[in-house]
Design a binder for this molecule. Structure first.
Ligand code: NAG
Length: 221
């Protein structure tokens, strides 16, 4: 009698502990479900031409380079760490060292804001990350071309649930000419990598294509 009472108490307790463990486990377990609020996606059409194809044919004729940074972190252990003075890429003629030598930059910088949400197994949102993709476009050299400067991503809001670690970084994947030899248009492919760890780890990359004429595409949202 006493023994069976003890056993049932023990199994009730084990069940209880198991339920809590499953609960915490499901809370911490991430699914790959992400969604984007207020996605800007394609705001302009790229004129029906394949940007990659155009770049290959003109790449060697008129070199456009990123003379700023290639890769940097923007969120480390749930905190924004970006230094807007130095954390950006550009797309300017390879023989120019200072973008100030170029004229007629668009002002103010163009900015597109997006939000990434990540959910756990229980469909609870565990990360909300809002960032702005910014760039200055339209710089020209002796009246020719449309170049890019200060292409960057600025984190504006990071909200991460208990038990999770969120990191994000930026990479300037490529810079090329999508215009002509005589009238070059700079294009920059920029990648936002992010990584979130709970019980498991999810990683994703978002790609953006920005052009010196101001066109902007969010490639794989
Ligand atoms: C985030 O970065 C820090 C420091 O670089 C590292 O210790 C941590 O493991 C990273 N977290 C994730 C989820 O990648």
């Amino acid at each position: 009698m006493f023994l069976s009472g003890l056993i049932s108490l023990k199994s009730t307790l084990s069940l209880f502990v198991l339920l809590i463990a499953v609960g915490i486990g499901s809370f911490l377990y991430l699914t790959l479900n992400t969604d984007f609020e207020s996605q800007p996606r394609t705001l302009f059409r790229s004129g029906g031409s394949d940007p990659l194809k155009t770049s290959i044919s003109t790449e060697n004729l008129n070199q456009i380079m990123n003379t700023a940074r290639q890769a940097w972190s923007i969120v480390n252990n749930n905190r924004a760490i970006v230094d807007i003075q130095t954390s950006y890429g550009n797309g300017i003629p390879h023989h120019i060292t200072d973008p100030f030598e170029l004229q007629s930059w668009a002002s103010p910088p163009t900015s597109y804001s997006s939000t990434i949400n990540v959910y756990n197994l229980l469909k609870q949102r565990v990360v909300q990350f809002t960032y702005a993709l910014q760039f200055t476009y339209g710089g020209s050299l002796d009246g020719q071309g449309a170049y890019l400067d200060r292409v960057t991503v600025i984190p504006s809001r990071i909200s991460v649930a208990w038990g999770f670690t969120f990191n994000a970084s930026i990479q300037i994947a490529s810079v090329h000419n999508v215009g002509t030899r005589d009238d070059p248009i700079a294009a920059v492919n920029l990648e936002l990598h992010y990584r979130l760890a709970g019980l498991n780890v999810v990683e994703r990359t978002e790609s953006f294509h920005v052009r010196g004429d101001g066109q902007y595409t969010h490639i794989n949202a």
